[in-house]
Design a binder for this molecule. Structure first.
Ligand SMILES: Nc1ncnc2c1ncn2[C@@H]1O[C@H](COP(=O)(O)OP(=O)(O)OP(=O)(O)O)[C@@H](O)[C@H]1O
Ligand SMILES: [Mg+2]
Length: 303
């Protein structure tokens, strides 16, 4: 069972644009691996090449000893795939849809088990065309699991889900891992990446900017703390505070990334006293993956 997924120099060009640029990654068996990146970073294109749905212009993809680029059909029969937007027959019911998928495979899970695992019992006789976005998303995940796959690819599985449904989905994904499956997912949600992913690759412009566990990424790029104050305090880039690596003003909050929290706080208090300003809305926190992302790409994940 212990199969590794390997991408070697995988490249995809669309005309003059290189969507995926010599991407090399190894996904060990039995973990949740996250691909994190802004819109257009190349996440979906990468997944499609790994899934055997799109042929790379260059590079190799290995699932254990299987060459996915040369044997895409064989690879696909072993993979569970949830696309970013799934097409279904709108007139079939949920149950009929899963029964149809079920009929395609020899190795498979029971439809009724998948319906209950994804919480679709009440909708099993409803037509797919009438499902809400979140219900459709759950159907897509159930369909991805029908062939009892060792590796499951999920492209933004929680897009469009409400917070409760998102948490339920996280449980389902952690359950897949507990069963020994490998899960590769893309997400825009940092919290989701932090909760689910054992390892992450941060991708931008089709390249891996860095890769590691969430903790490693935070420590490598952000040994720093974050100080937030209300924007009305009047701190801006003309105010020279000690140990501030980066400052950002957004909505009502000014964010200071500090290499030495104590020095920055003392400097902030001294400045406020000198200028006769009240400090409001002061909080401090450890850096998060969101901060790492901003540091590496200069962009936030969803802007
Ligand atoms: N079929 C295609 N033809 C031409 N360009 C494409 C095609 N598919 C994707 N691209 C381009 O390749 C780049 C990467 O797209 P991709 O869909 O892989 O990004 P993504 O990281 O999945 O983005 P998102 O977060 O929006 O889903 C984008 O610039 C996109 O416009
Ligand atoms: Mg995408």
């Amino acid at each position: 069972m212990q199969k590794t997924l390997r991408l070697e120099n995988v490249t995809k060009r669309y005309g003059a644009m290189t969507a995926v640029d010599h991407l090399t990654l190894t996904v060990p068996s039995g973990i949740v691996f996250g691909l994190l990146g802004p819109n257009g970073a190349g996440k979906t294109t990468t997944l499609e090449m790994v899934e055997g749905l799109r042929r790379p212009d260059d590079g190799r993809v290995w699932w254990g000893e299987l060459d996915v680029v040369r044997h895409p059909d064989e690879a696909r029969s072993q993979f569970g795939v949830q696309l970013q937007s799934s097409a279904f027959f709108e007139l079939l019911t949920v149950k009929e849809t899963l029964e149809l998928f079920h009929s395609f495979y020899r190795r498979r899970l029971a439809v009724s088990d998948l319906i209950s695992r994804l919480g679709l019992e009440e909708k099993q006789n409803a037509r797919v065309g009438g499902l809400s976005g979140g219900q459709r998303q759950r159907l897509a995940l159930a369909a991805a699991l029908i062939n009892d796959p060792e590796v499951v690819f999920l492209d933004e599985p929680s897009a469009g889900l409400d917070p409760q449904a998102r948490r339920n989905l996280w449980d389902v994904i952690l359950g897949l891992k507990a069963e020994g499956r490998t899960v590769v997912l893309t997400t825009h949600y940092m919290e989701e990446a932090e909760v689910l992913a054992d390892r992450l690759a941060i991708i931008d412009h089709g390249r891996v900017l860095d890769e590691g566990t969430p903790r490693e990424l935070i420590q490598r790029h952000m040994p720093a703390s974050v100080v937030e104050v209300s924007r009305s305090v009047g701190i801006n880039s003309t105010v020279d505070l000690p140990a501030v690596r980066r400052m950002e003003e957004r909505d009502e909050v000014t964010t200071l990334v500090s290499d030495r929290l104590e020095d920055t706080l003392v400097g902030l208090v001294n400045w406020a006293q000198r200028e006769g300003r009240a400090i409001t809305g002061l909080t401090t926190r450890n850096a998060t993956l969101e901060d790492v992302f901003l540091e590496l790409t200069g962009r936030s994940l969803r802007e």
